[in-house]
Write a protein that binds this ligand. Structure first.
Ligand code: NDP
Length: 507
């Protein structure tokens, strides 16, 4: 339940201890060098805390602990029921501490508290619970053979894995990777984004309290070029699951090629379409969906539907209603439960987004709503929503991922044109289609080159459905659903040759 008063959350923020140390081999420790990184509250621009800056030697320490734990079998080889019990306890502890975790994450990331609560009180613990419950229901296979053999196909934990995380959904992305990795029996290192390590460090305390053994879970706050690169190049990490930009995803493939050919799972950027065919009903719910598809989390969302591809006959009506709804978005302090749009992650990121807004105007898009005027001198990194119309495919804002509250409407002429424009992107993460015709809906859903298609509603699915991208949005790896387990398990065949001494016996 969401408490209505900002003072309620502020009071929690005022008394919360802020984590500052890395979590390695079951203990909170400073970086070996003693270095720290300052993390800033995006709503105020003030330094929130100084956090351990882990580097190569800390990664070495954590990998050694993780490998030791994996080899010992203390987690990797215990009975499935035992791992399940610990992860169920972990889920309960997260639920019990979710308000504090949500406040911590809101302070650190600038995300509105209402979104943090939804993610951390519900989605994060549900994810741990779902994978916990899967542990003792996942069977191997027996292959068909003649009587002279028995062939078993087993799935075994891959070993030591690393989750390299973005800043836009800090604990949720951690849960999407940690829950299936831990359920598989792997030992895990987590490298949170440099801006957002608070909530995941607090999570480590709860993991220890739940009974996850020392070394099985290690949290390494640090920079991409230091801790991130040391993870990517480490010779004793078996797999990396990464969420972030396509540019850094490419680096992880390079690190793997230069080191031990570790397995790399990639979930990266997007420029997803929201397609409105000429028969779509522009209901208030549909307009809400269009606005949230673009502006949820301030547009800092890899599956944000920023190319809104609308049949030309409906563009002006759609535009007017989207602009009206976007103007009503409540922008404000992240700890106010009424806030729908908080600050962007940093001032630098805000500058980057504003550069895109300027390029839109320069390249001829029509500004139907400008967010640039929103309190631009206020502290922090707030930015209001911008809506452009009359986008054409070649424009920079029609091609590149902006990762901020900048929506572009592109008029099209008919279903074939809509499909061509939608698929004309180097990305392929998500798409939404609005139509009242089931034939058109399924035609579009099948032909759209992306990992998730939502029909008549904006959604990424739920924790049972896999999430990941086609083209430059991802590798074959998927987060969520049973598919996520594939990133953390490897397949073994055991072929037992049997004698034929009894082959002639009937019955
Ligand atoms: P990055 O891809 O730079 O960061 C993601 C993670 O990778 C972070 O933990 C980061 O560490 C780490 N990393 C960064 N550089 C390296 C490196 N050289 N070697 C190893 N690890 C590295 O995303 P950003 O946070 O910088 O955001 C940039 C853009 O990426 C966004 O504007 C957006 O377009 C896209 N993005 C997409 C996300 C998604 O959900 N798919 C999420 C976040 C960003 P550090 O924090 O220190 O940089």
């Amino acid at each position: 339940m969401i408490h209505e008063s900002p003072a309620f959350y502020q009071a929690i923020a005022d008394r919360l201890p802020l984590p500052s140390k890395a979590f390695i081999d079951g203990s909170f420790v400073a970086a070996k060098s003693g270095a720290v990184i300052e993390t800033v509250n995006p709503a105020t621009g003030q330094v929130l805390a100084a956090v351990a800056h882990c580097q190569t030697e800390d990664v070495e320490h954590a990998v050694a602990a993780a490998r030791r734990a994996f080899r010992s079998g203390v987690w990797s080889r215990v009975a499935p029921e035992a791992r399940k019990a610990v992860l169920l306890r972990f889920a309960e502890l997260i639920r019990a501490n979710s308000t504090e975790l949500a406040v911590l994450e809101s302070l650190d990331s600038g995300k509105p508290i209402r979104d943090c609560l939804k993610e951390i009180a519900i989605e994060v613990p549900d994810t741990f619970q779902w994978y916990a419950e899967l542990i003792d229901k996942s069977f191997g296979k027996v292959a068909p053979t003649g009587e002279q053999a028995c062939a078993m196909i087993l799935r075994e934990p891959i070993g030591v894995v690393a989750a390299v995380l973005p800043w836009n959904f800090p604990l949720l992305m951690a849960a999407w990777k940690l829950a299936p990795a831990l359920a598989s029996g792997c030992s895990v290192l987590v490298k949170p984004a440099e801006q957002t390590s608070m909530s995941i460090l607090r999570l480590a305390e709860l993991a220890a309290e739940a009974g996850i053994p020392a070394g099985v879970l290690n949290i390494l706050p640090g920079l991409g070029e230091t801790a991130g690169q040391a993870i990517g190049r480490h010779g004793d990490i078996d797999a990396v699951s990464f969420t972030g930009s396509t540019e850094v995803g490419r680096l992880f493939l390079r690190y793997a090629a230069d080191s031990n050919l570790k397995s790399i799972g990639l979930e990266m950027g997007g420029k997803s379409p929201f397609i409105v065919l000429d028969d779509a009903e522009l209901s208030p719910e549909m307009i809400d969906n269009a606005v949230m598809a673009a502006f949820w989390n301030g547009g800092q969302n890899c599956s944000a539907n920023m190319r809104q591809i609308v049949d030309r006959s409906r563009q002006e009506e759609f535009l007017d209603r989207v602009v009206e709804r976007a103007k009503a978005l409540v922008i404000g302090a992240p700890l106010d439960p009424a806030t729908e749009l908080g600050p962007l992650i940093t001032r630098e990121h805000r500058r980057r987004v504003l550069d895109y807004v300027e390029s839109g105007s320069r390249e001829g898009a029509r500004a139907a709503l400008s967010g640039a005027a929103f309190d631009s001198n206020a502290p922090g990194s707030f930015l209001g929503p911008t809506v452009f119309a009359d986008l054409v495919p070649g424009m920079t804002i029609a091609r590149e991922e902006i990762f901020g509250p900048v929506l572009g409407v592109m008029p099209v002429d008919g279903i074939e044109h809509a499909l061509t424009i939608a698929n004309g992107s180097e990305y392929g993460l998500h798409a939404t289609v609005y139509t009242r015709d089931i034939d058109r809906a399924l035609f579009m859903a099948r032909r759209l080159a992306c990992g998730t298609v939502a029909v008549n509603g904006f959604t990424e699915g739920d924790l049972k459905t896999p999430f990941g991208g086609y083209k430059r949005s991802g590798s074959l790896a998927r987060d969520k659903g049973t598919e996520a387990m594939a990133q953390y398990l490897q397949t073994k065949t055991i072929w037992i040759s049997l004698g034929d001494a009894y082959a002639s016996i009937p019955g």
